[in-house]
Design a protein. Structure first.
Length: 338
């Protein structure tokens, strides 16, 4: 188990869509944690290049995160929403994010850990990763999902609480999808499955890391705390927003899948977004790109966890070191009366 070999119980969240870079993944691994390369939205050849670049920067273990494809959404479910976006919107479409090609690449060129988000990979896919020598981790957001992932042969579970920034990893996005807080979810999942747990959501400081370790997690998956690091590919406008105190909210406005980001104009104007991923991801892509180019923080997704204001502009290695030192201090300071 890779978690047993880590010097620091810190796992880098994949951060697909821009912030993920080989430099960031390597820096976290070099600091004693486990770096991750995000496969999401990349073509297979680009993913292959990023894996090679990461290997060139570190000899320590790292992982790759892959999106599990879902079913297509009927056009009538999102046609009115796309029309309301205006003539600059992109053409909505569905695809599987090159699922099979990426699995084949990871069989041919394996990494120590392959994690899966947006669904439970079939047992035969987990078997393929095991045959290649990789551990298979699955992101879960409920006890039922945890049991399903365990039955499929997962080696570890990334337990994603509602505080987490970016997309919810729920197997099925639906109007009544439960959004558990991380501490509650860890308490519910730990007795439900006998697998190592990696806690994700709102872990931005050492005391928060200590809290999830005290609840039985083997490590924390941390994303927002790394978004302001120089190694991250985070857009400058988003980095600036992260330093502020504007609250976050859950939205489907940008991609059609529930996600947490800093509240902005686009989210407010499109609060009625339907469930339609990845169709809306492609429909809003040109609008988001134009807003980024213009430095318009109100017009694109500012993915961030609830504790984003605590993220600091520090090198990734220092973020890891501060998390670990703060956790040790917090745990050492706990005193329980007799």
């Amino acid at each position: 188990m890779i978690l047993d070999s880590l010097d620091a119980p810190v796992v880098l969240a994949p951060l697909a869509g821009g912030p993920s870079t080989p430099a960031l993944a390597a820096a976290v691994s070099e600091a004693g944690g486990l770096g991750f390369v995000a496969a999401g939205y990349l073509k297979p050849d680009a993913l292959e290049q990023r894996i090679a670049e990461t290997r060139g920067l570190t000899a320590r273990p790292f992982g790759v995160n892959v999106f599990v494809p879902g079913a297509a959404t009927p056009r009538e479910a999102y046609a009115d929403y796309v029309a309301a976006l205006g003539p600059e919107a992109g053409e909505p479409r569905t695809d599987d994010d090159a699922w099979e090609a990426k699995l084949a690449l990871l069989e041919r060129d394996p990494v120590p850990v392959v994690s899966f988000t947006f669904g439970c990979p079939p047992a035969d896919v987990v078997d393929r990763m095991h045959a290649a020598g990789s551990e298979a981790w699955v992101t879960v957001t409920s006890p039922d999902e945890a049991r399903e992932a365990a039955a499929a042969g997962a080696d570890a579970l990334v337990v994603q609480g509602g505080e987490a920034g970016g997309h919810r990893g729920s197997f099925t996005d639906r109007p009544d999808v439960p959004v558990y807080g991380l501490l509650s979810l860890l308490q519910l999942i730990r007795p439900a499955v006998d697998l190592p747990l990696v806690a994700s959501g709102g872990v931005t400081t050492g005391p928060a890391l200590a809290a999830v370790l005290a609840l039985g997690a083997r490590a924390a998956q941390v994303g927002t705390a790394f978004l302001r690091t120089p190694e991250a590919g985070t857009h400058p406008t988003q980095k600036q927003a992260l330093a502020g105190e504007e609250p976050t909210a859950l939205t489907r406005a940008f991609t059609g899948r529930l996600a947490r980001g800093i509240r902005n104009r686009f989210m407010a104007e499109h609060a009625d977004a339907p469930i339609a991923y990845p169709e809306l991801h492609y429909a809003t892509a040109p609008l988001r790109a134009a807003a980024r180019e213009a430095g318009d923080a109100g017009g694109f997704n500012l993915w961030a966890g609830e504790a984003h204001a605590l993220a600091e502009e520090l090198p990734a290695a220092e973020v890891v070191a501060r998390l670990v030192a703060g956790a040790r201090e917090a745990l050492a300071g706990v005193r329980l009366s007799a």
